[in-house]
Design a protein around this ligand. Structure first.
Ligand SMILES: NC(=O)c1ccc[n+]([C@@H]2O[C@H](COP(=O)([O-])OP(=O)(O)OC[C@H]3O[C@@H](n4cnc5c(N)ncnc54)[C@H](OP(=O)(O)O)[C@@H]3O)[C@@H](O)[C@H]2O)c1
Length: 316
């Protein structure tokens, strides 16, 4: 079977298509015939060597941290799925999605929405779960509780899901991106849009209760004046980047800073599926590339024109 692998870190052309052995499902793993996977910021960081020396120990590495496809075989302890099921999954830190087949534990798998095709479903797991968990768990955003949310870097994968989910959860949403993408943000449902470069943190704007920093580039010290009294800065950085951020994170009585570590939660994948099938949440699909074109897909994904998600299809 084919797998898009890294043997070293670098530009998009370090990606190559290799012939590798089929994985076999063990224990509670399912074998998924992959229709498509998506490119996330994490793939780009990893490919460039940005995840540090530990990642070097994982080479050769098959990229792709999420997939949609069809279950074709099950390990002996699988109870939740059977061959023929249409599914999507957030894979673990070992990736493996940009390939023809992948094995994954059943707890990381959810039913794919029936109202969209599997190529579009592949854009959902990592970005959708990160946005949902940032807003609901780290930000404690709930329907019925008035909340002003700023999604900083809203035209990317996480941002495009976050704008829609914050609005669904009843928030007033301000979204930022470069000027050429502001129409895209309005189409996602943002109440107000701004050029990211024009946001000031000196308290000139009405305060935000949640600032979601997707790139992530902001520090707690920088944005503190723009937060409401109970406001929180949520960063997609796995660990705080600065001492002041760490102190704000550790303040258990009044946490004003939170990081996201995206977790597979079947219940969260199920909620995303229900919102999509209800026509409330629209996966922000920008472009689909064939698996064989993985280098071109990465090149496009790290360019300036992407709006939402880039998908890599093994079915084309
Ligand atoms: N902690 C976790 O568990 C976890 C999970 C998933 C992802 N992540 C991390 O989250 C980050 C975002 O992921 P993603 O998939 O959403 O990436 P993405 O699709 O590439 O989107 C990133 C967005 O950030 C904006 N941006 C980049 N640099 C910027 C800057 N200097 N100033 C303002 N905006 C900037 C870009 O906006 P424009 O298009 O307007 O330029 C882009 O739309 C990645 O670093 C990834 O590693 C963390």
């Amino acid at each position: 079977m084919r797998a898009a692998r890294l043997h070293r870190f670098g530009g998009p052309d370090v990606l190559q298509i290799d012939e590798v052995a089929w994985p076999r499902p063990k224990g509670d793993e399912v074998l998924i015939h992959v229709t498509a996977s998506s490119i996330n910021g994490t793939d780009l960081n990893l490919r460039r060597g940005g995840l540090g020396p530990v990642a070097a120990g994982l080479l050769p590495f098959t990229v792709g941290f999420d997939v949609a496809g069809v279950v074709v075989d099950c390990g002996p302890r699988v109870t939740a799925f059977r061959p023929g099921d249409r599914v999507m999954s957030l894979l673990g830190h070992r990736g493996g999605g940009a390939a023809d087949y992948v094995t994954v534990r059943q707890g990381r798998v959810g039913s794919a929405p029936h109202s969209i095709d599997l190529e579009m479903a592949a854009s959902v797991p990592l970005s959708g779960l990160t946005a949902l968990q940032a807003l609901r768990h780290a930000g404690r955003l709930q329907p019925g509780r008035p909340c002003r949310v700023l999604v900083y870097g809203a035209a990317g994968g996480i941002g495009a899901f976050a704008v829609q989910l914050a609005r669904i959860l009843g928030a007033h949403v301000t979204a930022t991106a470069r000027p050429s993408k502001l129409t895209f943000l309005r189409d996602l449902g943002a109440h107000a849009v701004m050029d990211s470069a024009d946001v000031t943190w000196d308290g000139a704007h009405e305060p935000w209760d949640i600032i979601l920093d997707t790139p992530p580039t902001l520090s707690f010290q920088q944005v503190q004046p723009a937060l409401s009294a109970h406001g929180v800065l949520i960063s997609t950085r796995g660990v705080p980047g600065r001492a002041r951020d760490a102190a704000a994170l550790l303040n258990r009585r009044r946490p004003h800073f939170a990081t996201v570590r995206t977790a597979e939660r079947g219940i969260d994948l199920g909620l995303l599926t229900r919102l999509i099938d209800a026509g409330e949440l629209h996966p922000p699909l920008d472009r689909i590339f064939a698996l064989e074109d993985i280098s071109r897909a990465h090149q496009y994904a790290e360019g300036d024109d992407v709006r939402g998600k880039v998908v890599v299809s093994a079915a084309r």
